[in-house]
Design a protein around this ligand. Structure first.
Ligand code: NAD
Length: 373
């Protein structure tokens, strides 16, 4: 099996799908590994380190030639894969709902596209879950970026010149990113509170030493919610949540929003009128800015100041920690392929539960259930 890794082509993408560490692991499985020149540079992995690990370094055309497996962070355009074997596996984040055209092109060329973001959220697949590995780092970076924009300190400090008050941080949305945001803000010494619509998160918030702030008079989502995900809330719930947020947010210095609903635009959690109640110098980091934004007025990759409050949010947060994000992403890919590696066949043979969930195209057709119709 020849595994090929290309340099990322997407604007602002600094990650890479293979690190020297995972190159070694793939070689130990019996595969050969080829990576495009300087593919790891933006993530601080030098060509020399890949070469030492045993990988071949070459141009895109040479790397892809006769490849059985191509790995990427963001899916490459099908044209770049000219020369790969018929039926080659392509593992990447495909964004298949917005880039249906690319999925069709992969089908037409006979490639087997595997969308890593479709990994099912089951215990067995946790180590293969790229959304979790990247969101965890994003939650951490959101807090650090907000801290950086904030003109005050996070921890309480008693100094000879007087006391510095601890920052008050409010995390909205307690999934993978939100939990890491809480943990990071706590480590920096902030006073942390958090909210979610799923009732199971209340205990998780408390277990991290933060204060849960929940809508009490209207029922939210029981337990974990279906598959651990939230749905759109009723008008009544949204009204109660807006009132709760209005009374809480005015007392906060930093707000980190992470709320997402699968297949829908991000829910709007903070209005311009609510921003106006916050103290000047406060910072809101909107992790959902690209999915439509939790915060009115936030713009990807820009610091917008509204009523003296800074609104921040990155178009692609994980690219701001490219080295670790790449290390975890490439381990996710390795964990996925190695779990299904059939020693006799010398290649991965997927099962239905995971294989069918992530496979977009096969045998010239679009085969994924989520893309049917
Ligand atoms: P997500 O990115 O889809 O959403 C982030 C959070 O926003 C969620 O907690 C959601 O409930 C919350 N949210 C949505 N609408 C909201 C609103 N209006 N107000 C406040 N909060 C709102 O979530 P995620 O990070 O992908 O995690 C979802 C769940 O899946 C978690 O329970 C997580 O533990 C679980 N999970 C399981 C696995 C696994 O078992 N393999 C892997 C990853 C995540």
């Amino acid at each position: 099996m020849r595994i090929a890794v290309l340099k990322e082509r997407a604007d602002g993408e600094t990650r890479v799908a293979l690190t020297p560490e995972t190159a070694r692991k793939f070689l130990a499985l019996g595969a050969t590994v080829a990576i495009e020149t300087e593919a790891g540079r933006a993530a601080s992995y030098a060509d020399e380190a890949y070469r030492e690990a045993g990988a071949e370094i070459a141009s895109a055309t040479e790397v892809v030639k006769n490849a059985d497996i191509v790995m990427g962070v963001q899916a490459p355009e099908a044209d770049l894969l000219e020369g790969a074997r018929q039926g080659a596996l392509v593992l990447a984040i495909f964004d298949p709902f917005s880039r249906r055209d690319r999925v069709e092109q992969f089908a037409a060329r006979g490639f087997e596209a595997m969308a890593m973001e479709f990994m099912p959220r089951i215990t067995r697949a946790q180590s293969m879950d790229v959304l979790s590995s990247q969101s965890n780092l994003a939650g951490y970076k959101a807090v650090l970026s907000a801290a950086n924009e904030y003109g005050r300190a996070f921890p309480m400090m008693m100094t000879a010149a007087g006391t510095v008050q601890a920052a008050k941080v409010f995390v909205m949305g307690v999934g993978v990113a939100g939990l890491q945001a809480i943990a990071t803000a706590k480590r920096l010494g902030a006073q942390v509170s958090a909210t979610d619509v799923r009732s199971a998160t209340r205990e998780q918030i408390q277990s991290l030493g933060a204060k849960p702030i929940f809508v009490e008079n209207v029922a939210g989502i029981e337990g974990e919610g279906s598959g651990g995900y939230a749905t759109e809330m009723s008008e009544e719930y949204r009204k109660a949540q807006a009132e709760l947020v209005s009374s809480h947010i005015a007392k906060q210095d930093i707000v980190i929003t992470t709320a997402l609903i699968p297949g829908k635009p991000a829910p709007r959690l903070i209005s311009d009128a609510q921003i106006a109640t916050m103290k000047p110098g406060s910072v809101i980091f909107d992790l959902a800015v690209v999915q439509g934004g939790n915060v009115e007025g936030s713009v990807p990759d820009q610091t917008v100041t509204k009523h003296g409050v800074k609104l921040v949010g990155y178009a692609n947060t994980a690219t701001h920690l490219a080295a670790d994000a790449s290390a975890l992403y490439s381990r996710n890919l390795y964990n996925f392929l190695s779990a299904f590696w059939d020693k006799d066949a010398g290649k991965p043979v997927f099962d239905e539960e995971i294989g069918n969930a992530v496979r977009l195209t096969q045998g010239g057709k679009v085969v994924n259930e989520r893309l049917a119709g």
